[in-house]
Write a protein that binds this ligand. Structure first.
Ligand code: SF4
Length: 209
């Protein structure tokens, strides 16, 4: 029987990136949530530098909720749109403290209600934090999935739904990490390195043809 082309893509990426996984540093679900909220429009290195400072003293919902906004802004200054994120993190910490007794809810819809938490973040928390099926779509997943021809979509939300149809549930989280790794290392936004890409044969766009 002929192998499903999507499964071939995942197999090849799996061989290429055996280390695929989150690069964010965290030691609790709450820390993971804050790190993922901080990661929008920022590199993992920027986030890890900021959280190394922040989590030394403020790594629980009650501590972050009580932190002055300006102090929080100062601590996360190195990440993109930090003022907005500081506001969201403070509100989110208060809600988690008051409504969920300091615990991150293991529920996609409840996560989505938190300030600063979109579908990508909620998917990542479910997948990485709770080991539940989740396929978050960031800018890398959006770009690589479209170039490969896995999906033809305009928005991350459409991409998430399409990929979830294509890929078996048990591989959602893995697919998220593999597509991100490929996007960061080979299928870059400006200069995709198609000559060195293991998916040349499978790719709809292959600029090296
Ligand atoms: S062949 Fe080029 S466009 Fe296609 S996935 Fe590889 S790097 Fe990206």
């Amino acid at each position: 029987m002929k192998k499903d082309p999507n499964a071939i893509i995942l197999d090849k990426l799996r061989d290429e990136y055996p280390d695929a996984g989150t690069m964010l540093n965290f030691s609790s679900l709450f820390e993971l949530l804050i790190a993922v909220v901080l990661s929008a429009q920022s590199t993992d290195e920027q986030v890890n530098r900021a959280t190394a400072r922040l989590f030394k003293q403020f790594n629980t919902a009650d501590k972050l909720a009580a932190l002055e906004l300006t102090e929080l802004e100062d601590m996360i200054k190195g990440v993109g749109i930090f003022r907005n994120k500081a506001k969201h993190i403070k509100q989110l910490a208060s809600i988690i403290q008051d409504k969920y007794q300091g615990e991150v809810p293991a529920d996609f819809d409840k996560l989505l209600e938190l300030p600063g938490v979109g579908r990508k973040t909620a998917n990542v928390i479910m997948a990485v934090g709770f080991k539940q099926p989740g396929l978050g779509v960031d800018t890398h997943v959006q770009r690589v999935a479209n170039r490969l021809g896995l999906v033809q979509t305009k928005t991350p939300e459409q991409t998430e739904y399409s990929l979830k149809q294509l890929i078996p549930k048990k591989h959602w989280s893995e697919a998220h990490h593999l597509l991100i790794f490929h996007g960061r290392r080979i299928c870059k936004a400006r200069k995709p390195d198609c000559h060195n890409c293991v998916l040349q044969k499978q790719c709809a766009r292959n600029f090296a043809k």
